[in-house]
Design a binder for this molecule. Structure first.
Ligand SMILES: [Zn+2]
Length: 533
């Protein structure tokens, strides 16, 4: 196996991709190098934390013809892993490319490419029928590779085409999955990215990821903006490539993890990379074009490298959800993509690890966070562990992670045990945002022991939790519910939910929670409920 996963969070992972010229730690972004453009070279970039590059096979062919360089590593002046792209991008932009699929395979092997891509046929923005034709052509070329290739040490990439048509993406992913590629790729997002259609990108990545073999790394072509990298990683993309760092620099566009600035609009550099520490925006504006483009390009690469490190750290500490959710506020067109991402909660729950290091616990902010895998998993689990509630009396207590709450619960359990003859009639449960109901026996286990949430909740969060409570009560049909209502926080939300789903409901409303008086009153109401049975 050339790919090994070290850490996981959501569908994202930190992995090791072994190539014959060294290991690439993923998620990784290959800077695109044009050997015929000397504005920026591998030598300039190497020190920034990039240890693998991508170049186009058409450049390599030109170099072979002109300079008689026979190896792509000599051409770039770099001995480490080099990926070559097959010319499909030119096919997408110019509608044609002067290379055959067979030639692309032979040439990439001959020039020593460590990671090579078949000449796929990008679908771009064509009609459905034309897209289908191109998908079939891509599949045929992928099959043909098995007969043409001769060097087993090259890692081959199989690009999924079909976007923006989801059924074609699925069809292509299914066909390519039967062929044993080392890496899979998602093609054609360039046009979608240029239109800032991140929502569509999420759909395409999801459609591909649910079909492609999970053990293989996935490359997302042409997605090189730091703003959206975390979202793509969280969906399971491991590799990226981008020429954007230099293309942006040529237009004096300065990248930040939360958007792009034009150099002329900057009074200060919001960055402390070596370039921004040494120069002011004014100095750069006054510089001749050549050194300026190079400096902006280097800054852009620093931003991309730092963003990848932040994403990896988030995966390591289990806070990728928080990170993606924060980044998605960078642009109004990115936020709908996060809303779409959220909708794929079952997929995320399936791939998300069951336990996490969570250095500081999970952070929940608002309604959007009820979609995170830990909550989805908890609700699933509740359906099993609440099955013994039928016909019993429930006491619902608002949960707070404080000593007063703990000793209140201890006192309550003691009283409940006294009045419940065989210890079975009454069951105490906690309720809280975002987990809705929490059985005492689960409290204290991850993630229920380690989470932080605001006390003041937005109405959607309150509505979500109370609708969950209502749903669960309807499923498990307790005989009666005694609600200890934290009215400051919940108002009437949980109360209405209980009344809607159970016939016998008593409520103790409290503004100052967990007092000895409340304990007495709650016990008295519980006794009344049990005796009235
Ligand atoms: Zn900088």
């Amino acid at each position: 196996m050339s790919f090994e996963v070290l850490d996981k969070d959501l569908a994202g992972r930190i992995g090791r991709l072994k190539t014959r010229r060294g290991v690439i730690e993923t998620p990784y972004l290959f800077p695109v190098i044009n050997p015929f453009d000397t504005t920026i070279t591998v030598k300039d970039i190497e020190g920034l934390g990039f240890n693998a590059f991508i170049t186009n096979i058409l450049h390599v062919r030109r170099a072979l013809q002109e300079r008689k360089v026979i190896d792509v590593h000599d051409l770039l002046g770099f001995p480490g892993p080099v990926m070559t792209d097959s010319g499909a991008y030119q096919l997408l932009v110019y509608g044609e490319v002067d290379i055959t699929p067979e030639e692309a395979v032979v040439l990439q092997e001959r020039c020593g490419s460590d990671i090579a891509v078949i000449l796929d046929y990008p679908t771009g923005t064509t009609s459905y029928d034309e897209a289908l034709r191109r998908v079939n052509e891509t599949i045929e070329r992928a099959r043909a590779l098995q007969q043409i290739k001769s060097d087993e040490t090259v890692l081959w990439v199989g690009p999924v085409q079909g976007a923006p048509y989801i059924d074609l993406v699925q069809y292509c992913a299914k066909q390519l999955s039967t062929l044993d590629f080392d890496i899979y790729a998602i093609g054609s997002p360039t046009t979608i990215m240029e239109a800032y259609n991140y929502e569509s990108l999420v759909n395409i990545v999801y459609a591909s990821k649910t079909i492609l073999p999970l053990g293989k790394p996935v490359h997302l072509f042409g997605a090189g903006h730091p703003m959206m990298l975390s979202l793509a990683v969280a969906l399971g993309c491991d590799l990226f490539d981008s020429a954007s760092y230099i293309l942006y620099a040529k237009e004096n566009r300065y990248m930040t993890p939360y958007g792009t600035y034009r150099l002329q609009d900057l009074g200060y550099f919001p960055c402390s990379c070596p370039i921004c520490s040494k120069h002011s925006p004014q100095e750069l504006k006054e510089m001749p074009s050549n050194p300026r483009v190079k400096l902006i390009a280097l800054h852009n690469l620093y931003v991309l490298a730092s963003e990848l490190k932040r994403i990896k750290q988030s995966i390591k500490e289990g806070s990728l959800w928080e990170y993606v959710s924060m980044r998605s506020r960078a642009h109004p067109r990115l936020f709908p993509a996060f809303l779409r991402f959220r909708e794929y909660k079952s997929f995320l729950e399936r791939l998300d690890p069951r336990t996490k290091p969570s250095l500081s616990g999970l952070f929940f902010y608002d309604f959007h966070d009820v979609f995170r895998p830990e909550v989805v998993r908890h609700i699933k689990k509740l359906k099993n562990c609440l099955s013994g509630l039928r016909g019993r009396t429930l006491i619902l207590v608002p949960r707070k992670d404080t000593p007063t709450f703990r000793s209140f619960v201890e006192g309550l359990i003691k009283k409940v045990d006294e009045m419940s003859k065989d210890g079975k009639e009454i069951k105490v449960l906690f309720y809280d945002y975002p987990f809705s109901l929490i059985p005492i026996e689960l409290d204290g286990f991850f993630p229920l022991s380690q989470y932080e949430a605001p006390y003041e909740l937005d109405p959607l969060s309150k509505a979500y939790v109370s609708s969950r409570v209502a749903k669960l009560l309807r499923i498990f049909e307790p005989r009666a519910v005694l609600l200890y209502n934290d009215v400051e926080r919940w108002g009437k939300y949980v109360e209405i939910a209980c009344r809607k789903s159970c016939r016998v409901v008593k409520v103790l409303r409290s503004r100052e929670l967990y007092t000895p008086e409340d304990l007495e009153n709650l016990s008295r109401l519980a006794r009344e409920l049990v005796e009235g049975q």
